[in-house]
Design a protein around this ligand. Structure first.
Ligand SMILES: *Cc1c(COP(=O)(O)O)cnc(C)c1O
Length: 408
């Protein structure tokens, strides 16, 4: 059994411990929800204040050029590229994950010349909702298939397969290279949703043969609530990438104000409208928290944190009806631990009241994310200890913990 002292020693020896001070975490809180909303980087408030007061307030419209506002989608895309194993000219920051999914899947479907969209049932809802809308608009057919039937459903009728790399509820990880190869063999494209992978796993888009991907800016990338998302289009797919939202920022010459749309060269054609500059400024600071961090080391730490949590929970919180709801092997699991309990909602609320912030995913999953830039081994020990107390003292039975809030 791992002791708290051993956890403290692991923290002392942790080569990534230096990144924790890049964040401003509330005192006494163990934050295990960086997979839903990344923590606030220390540098963000002042940088945002400068962007507002100086760049906007003093320099006004000149800042589009002087402060490089206009280049932010490409510049931030280049920073994300390093984290997901892509070329700097293959990623742009824009819009939301949902909107980028629409753009990527529509372009991939059109390039395929086919009319079937394949998607995993039970995946994150916005992905399937957006695919429903795309199918309606494109006169395509949406096939929703359970995870274990996907390989069989991947036929030469399929134009595009849309998959979340790390499942939001269970944390199960798809074999990206294997799926890409299987899709290529039948002439289908794959759009990867990296919402729970970017800044978390050692994602290698180029190396695994990925053609299209999207991902979220406000989870592990620490960009702040509602931060803009990203879009990846592999170099060899850029020339035939037909963005269905063909707005002026994706035009070859936005300030020529020409009649008629002509797409920009390269991944910039994935843009639509004006970038949300203040949110981009915050995202840039979020990305700066990865300076000097190599993704294999980050992922290795996260796997140890997650395994430690699961092991300690099994040892110390047995007999209360908690069941694992995530894959048992660390390689096949994202940086999250999922547990199942009929009173999961109440237990999560009681834990939050006790300073351990995780979240709940209907119908019965308690979810704990381990963002390795700011979560340590002693945090994991303390979180499990508080979970044990909530369970042994049945604190979750307090009626105030059963009040359902709009965001769980
Ligand atoms: C968080 C998340 C999103 C978020 O989409 P938004 O457009 O930012 O609301 C999309 N897909 C998955 C799999 C997610 O986990």
């Amino acid at each position: 059994m791992t002791t708290r002292d051993e956890c403290r020693r692991l923290d002392a020896e942790d080569p990534l411990a230096f990144t924790r001070e890049r964040f401003r975490l509330p005192h006494g809180v163990i934050y295990l929800d960086g997979n839903s909303l990344g923590a606030l980087p220390r540098a963000t408030p002042e940088r945002l204040a400068t962007a507002v007061e100086h760049d906007w307030g003093e320099r006004l419209i000149a800042s589009w050029n002087e402060a490089g506002w206009i280049d932010m989608p490409a510049r931030l895309g280049g920073l994300i590229a390093r984290l997901v194993g892509a070329g700097e000219d293959e990623v742009v920051v824009a819009d939301s994950t949902s909107v980028n999914l629409f753009k990527a899947a529509a372009a991939a479907l059109q390039a395929s010349g086919r009319r079937v969209i394949l998607h995993e049932s039970g995946d994150f809802p916005t992905d399937s909702y957006v695919m429903e809308g795309l199918a309606r608009l494109a006169g395509a057919e949406l096939r929703l298939v359970a995870r274990d039937g996907l390989a069989e459903a991947l036929t030469d009728e399929v134009g595009v397969l849309v998959l979340t790399h790390v499942h939001y509820r269970t944390g199960a990880v798809h074999d990206m290279a294997g799926v890409n190869a299987a899709a290529r063999a039948v002439g289908a494209a794959v759009v990867w949703d990296l919402s729970h992978s970017a800044g978390a796993l050692d994602v290698r888009l180029n190396q695994s043969g990925a053609e299209y991907a999207v991902g979220c800016g406000y989870k592990y990338l620490n960009g702040g609530p509602g931060a803009p998302a990203f879009l990846y289009v592999a170099r060899e797919r850029q020339a035939d990438f037909a963005n269905p939202l063909s707005g002026w920022m994706g035009h070859a010459a936005p300030f020529a104000f020409q009649q008629g749309y002509a797409p920009a060269a390269g991944v910039l054609r994935g843009l639509c409208g004006t970038p949300p500059v203040l949110s981009m400024v915050a995202l840039e600071q979020g990305l700066a928290t990865f300076d000097g961090v190599e993704m294999p080391a980050l992922r290795a730490k996260a796997m140890r944190l997650t395994q430690l949590f699961l092991d300690l929970a099994a040892e110390r919180c047995g007999g209360f009806g908690l069941e694992p709801a995530c894959p048992a092997d660390a390689e096949g699991r994202g940086n999250q631990a999922s547990l199942r309990h009929p009173h999961g909602y109440e237990i999560v609320q009681a834990l939050i009241a006790d300073g351990v912030v995780g979240d709940f995913r209907a119908p019965d999953v308690l979810r704990f994310g381990f963002a390795p830039l700011y979560v340590g081994f002693a945090d994991v020990f303390d979180a499990v200890e508080r979970l044990r107390i909530v369970l042994t003292e049945e604190r979750w039975r307090d009626t105030r913990f059963s009040v359902r809030l709009p965001v769980t």
